[in-house]
Design a protein around this ligand. Structure first.
Ligand SMILES: [Zn+2]
Ligand SMILES: [Zn+2]
Length: 376
């Protein structure tokens, strides 16, 4: 029986799970894969799993990745397949992405490749930026020699099934940082007996503004956005003794992001010293830039021409971060976009739903890429 891709996707949509907790989604994927001639390795640094289609003949090792996780967003859609879990829903289309890989598994089972090995990676915790690192650090993954890695993301606002690609940076490098300042509380009537971080906090916010280079056409594009700040307590007899400032930074290039983070931590340290405060930093939610390899993009272009798909070669990267970036920092690879339709609600919006028309297009594209590359 061929896979009913729409029914599969709707089932996953109805049962969303948050990052790192995709146990039932992983089980569902494994149960679906069992009918195909592949080996399954599970629990790769969490709930991630990989299905291996090995031709037993020498050739390239190609990885295709999809994601398992949903988001902490209450779905407002009322269609039959709406999320059954309160406050959690598939609002990034990972339900659809993973079905594309299941469809690819079916293609590889029905028409096995003559050479090489294909790894279908169903990755946990994309949204928190933790899943890719956990997979790469797993003992099993360290033994693999991947030649090329590919993934796609659906892109609302673009024509349905138009392929969007770009050599070099495809999505931004994104990282967030928490700056914690610690002084000393005092009676609000005697602030001179305490060390109040208020001025240092204000200076850090102001100086960080100068790190921005908001011209997206330039290679050194940097956004340093304050996202949260807190000072002291709502206790009106107490002068504040602690503060926190949270920033999210984005850049086209990984080294530009690292440079901006170094500058931000340096200016914060100076501010803390000048005001006699202790300071510490916490880096969170790191997404490496998706850096698309020239050869990987060339293979993609050839397949797109052969398949006569409508394409857009992008001039600029996307400003969002995507955890697949870490794979492109380790292996030659490419992430590309597939248009989800001009009227499709934006990603992470409560009314978003993955358009099922994309699923077979993506699976076929991946299959053709595997065919092209596996016998090189
Ligand atoms: Zn997302
Ligand atoms: Zn996503």
């Amino acid at each position: 029986m061929p896979l009913d891709l729409i029914a599969l996707r709707k089932h996953v949509h109805q049962h969303p799970e948050l990052s790192g907790k995709e146990n039932n989604t992983a089980k569902f994927v494994i149960n679906t894969l069992k009918q195909f001639s592949c080996t399954i390795k599970q629990n790769l640094g969490g709930t991630s799993l990989v299905a291996i289609f090995n031709s037993e003949k020498k050739g390239k090792n190609i990885l295709f990745r999809a994601e398992l996780d949903a988001l902490p967003i209450q779905e407002i859609n009322t269609f039959n397949h709406h999320s059954k879990t309160k406050g959690v829903s598939h609002k990034c289309g990972h339900d659809g992405h993973l079905c594309s890989l299941l469809a690819l598994a079916e293609l590889l089972h029905n028409k096995p490749l003559e050479t090489g090995t294909v790894y279908l990676l169903f990755q946990s915790a994309e949204e928190t930026g933790k899943g890719a690192a956990a997979v790469l650090n797993s003992a099993f993954f360290k033994t693999l020699a991947i030649d090329y890695a590919f993934a796609y993301h659906n892109i609302p606002g673009e024509k349905l099934n138009t392929i969007l690609y770009k050599e070099g940076s495809f999505t931004a490098a994104v990282s967030s940082i928490i700056i914690r300042l610690k002084g000393k509380t005092a009676h609000a009537a005697e602030p001179e007996n305490g060390v109040n971080p208020a001025l240092a906090m204000a200076e850090i916010l102001q100086k960080a503004e100068a790190l921005n280079q908001n011209n997206t056409t330039k290679d050194n594009f940097i956004l340093c956005t304050p996202v949260h700040a807190v000072l002291g307590e709502k206790a009106y007899g107490v002068a504040a003794g602690e503060a926190e400032v949270h920033f999210t930074l984005r850049a086209w290039q990984q080294n530009q992001l690292d440079k901006a983070l170094t500058e931000l931590t340096a200016l914060a340290k100076t501010g803390a010293q000048e005001h006699n405060l202790s300071i510490c930093f916490e880096r969170i939610e790191e997404f490496k830039a998706n850096t698309n390899n020239g050869h990987a993009v060339a293979y993609l272009q050839t397949v797109l021409e052969e398949e006569k798909l409508s394409v857009i070669e992008r001039k600029e990267p996307y400003k969002w971060g995507e955890d697949f970036g870490l794979f492109t920092q380790h292996y030659p690879g490419a992430m590309f976009g597939i248009g989800a339709g001009e009227s499709c609600p934006s990603l992470h919006n409560p009314d978003y739903d993955f358009p099922d028309a994309i699923t077979p297009i993506a699976a076929n594209l991946f299959y053709k890429l595997a065919q092209k590359i596996s016998n090189l």
